[in-house]
Design a protein around this ligand. Sequence first.
Ligand SMILES: [Zn+2]
Length: 255
Amino acid sequence: MQIIDNHTHLNDEPFRGKEQYYLERAKALNVTKVICAGQDPEFNDRAVDLAQRFDNVYAMVGYCPDVAKDYDQKAEDKLIEQLQMPKVVAMGEIGLDYYWDESPRDKQREVFARQIEVAHDLKMPVDIHTRDAFDDCYKILKDSNLEYGAILHSFNGGIDWLNKFLDLNVYFSYSGVVSFTKATEVHESAKAVPMDRFMVETDAPYLTPKPYRGRQNETGYVRYVAQAIADLKEISLEKVADATYANTVRVYGLK
Ligand SMILES: [Zn+2]
């Protein structure tokens, strides 16, 4: 059995200099590949660096909504250069965040749509962060060419949003939230999501799943996210692992 964490921040502060240690702990839990998410120039560089240093680490790069205000031609040129490097497998995380509103909303929308276009030109998928912004996110995705796939990271929508997005070439990545007792809407969507349309992630160091909720998250704990979904779907952990492994390898084009 092998599990992939398709969205983790191994490039973040708590893991610096200890990446090998956390990757070994992950391996002991059958987590054999991880995709390290970028978000701004510094974290993008760190993600690319980790992908170069570790066999089983892949990277994505992008301008998240917080830094959408800084996106310009120079930023785009750099992203295009990084997206063509070995083991950089997606544009991400990109999207909309109307909770923090760190960039003006019209700029967030413009930069989100533009990065989807850039990814499409390079035949790559996009990894999406959306907070308090499902309506606009859906509109932008519907108007975009998603031929190479889009992944909704830490998907916390219910059945209605699941069904709407299922009509597009969108994949649903569940995080530790799916293990939380009170997240009943997410439970319903995880039960209903088709086996060929979902993935699992940690978003570590955030969103620690049960039974470690309250502690710092780490990439190996994606196993507990997969277990929570197996329990909800009333199938084995192996089945969730096999399906999400195949989906992740296919959509991100992992070797
Ligand atoms: Zn993230």
